[in-house]
Write a protein that binds this ligand. Structure first.
Ligand code: PLP
Length: 366
């Protein structure tokens, strides 16, 4: 295919801004005219130190992170951070509350159960698509923390509010929604986010940690996951995913240049609303199984050909979109149907191209 011209609706790893890729391409063989790629340089070099510091400073600036929070870069992905959170924070009381609203929060709860007692704040729904009202949640009096996933990538479920926990530290997985909406960081104990959806390539996970929660890791916690150790070493305790951090830093600069998180939020609303409106006005031909009050602005799952979906028609939908250079629209294998992911690098025009196709497809098949 032609150079990076695909309309990429993938859920992750996902589309990156074209400008970022061009810049990385430009510097690939010789970073700052040094005759070496940044990939080929020591993580102890002053060049890498500058990238590492700059990336942390930009997280602080873009998300307005207060001084009493540390910004850490880990490896091990979102999944590694599920374990890291439990091993760093659960030691205080041995109990944590988990709000399970889909695939990723369930995985996090199961991972945490290896390190302590996990209390489910509400029963796991048979079919995802709802978030029970917080007034009905069953939170434990002695929880070390309350955990939730801000945006369930697989299911297309997103919280449109920050839950209230009466002083208990709140932990949020923002892997698929970080830097897509302005948030009050002071409401959180820890935010974790794999980079590979909205802010960079796979390989680096960003954690924003309130400093009073640092220093409680269990003895069994690997040193690379111990927040105290990672922080003391400015996230260079061992060899980091240097190239991933480098590209992530370019993405942060791109976000800053393009109106910051506020503008990413505006675009996210516009793009997702365009798709949800298309479904609403399709007379049932397209349908979204998710409750209106928790529909995701990032991952939009839908069925084609009436409620429950017509699998043959959905297959045809995917064949025809591929032909039009629209890629990675297949729903997650556990959910089926179609899923369009609309991360920061996806433009409104690209979403509009998909919408125009949806109108045509409906005409052709009903
Ligand atoms: N949390 C969310 C919301 C995700 O979407 C994902 C991955 O897709 C993960 C966690 C797991 O991340 P990783 O694959 O980096 O372990």
């Amino acid at each position: 295919g032609s150079l990076n011209a695909a309309l990429n609706f993938g859920a992750g790893p996902a589309k990156l801004p074209r400008e970022v890729l061009l810049k990385a391409q430009d510097e690939l063989l010789s970073y700052k005219n040094m005759g070496m790629s940044i990939m080929e340089m020591s993580h102890r070099s002053k060049e890498y130190a500058q990238i590492n510091t700059n990336a942390q400073d930009l997280v602080r600036e873009l998300l307005n992170v207060p001084d009493n929070y540390k910004i850490l870069f880990l490896q091990g992905g979102g999944t590694g951070a599920f374990a890291a959170v439990a091993m760093n924070l659960m030691s205080r009381t041995g109990v944590a509350d988990y709000c399970v609203t889909g695939t990723w929060s369930l995985k996090a709860a199961k991972e945490a159960a290896k390190y302590g007692t996990v209390n489910y704040a509400f029963p796991v729904a048979k079919k995802p698509g709802i978030i029970p009202d917080p007034s009905t949640w069953n939170l434990s009096p002695n929880a070390s923390y309350v955990y939730y996933c801000a945006n369930e990538t697989v299911d297309g479920v997103e919280y449109h509010y920050i839950p209230e926990t009466n002083g208990v530290p709140l932990i949020s997985d923002m892997s698929s929604s970080i830097m897509t909406r302005e948030i009050d960081i002071s409401k959180f104990g820890v935010i974790l986010a794999g980079a590979q959806k909205n802010i960079g390539p796979a390989g680096v996970t960003v954690l924003i940690v309130r400093d009073d929660l640092i220093g409680n890791a269990m003895k069994i916690c690997p040193s690379i996951f111990d927040f105290k150790n990672v922080d003391a070493n400015q996230s260079i305790h061992n060899t980091p995913a240097t190239f991933s951090v480098y590209v992530m830093n370019l993405v942060f600069e791109w976000i800053k240049k393009n109106g910051g998180v506020r503008e990413m939020e505006n675009q996210a609303l516009r793009k997702s609303q365009h798709l949800y409106d298309t479904m609403k006005n399709s007379g049932g031909f397209y349908s979204c199984p998710i409750n209106e009050n928790c529909r995701s602005r990032m991952n939009v799952p839908f069925r084609v050909g009436g409620d429950g979906g017509d699998e043959a028609l959905e297959k045809q939908f995917l064949v025809e979109t591929e032909r039009l250079n629209m890629h990675q629209l297949k729903g997650h294998r556990s959910v089926g149907g179609i899923r369009a992911s609309l991360y920061n690098a996806v433009t409104y025009e690209e979403v509009d191209a998909l919408v125009r196709f949806m109108h045509q497809f409906q005409k052709d098949h009903s």
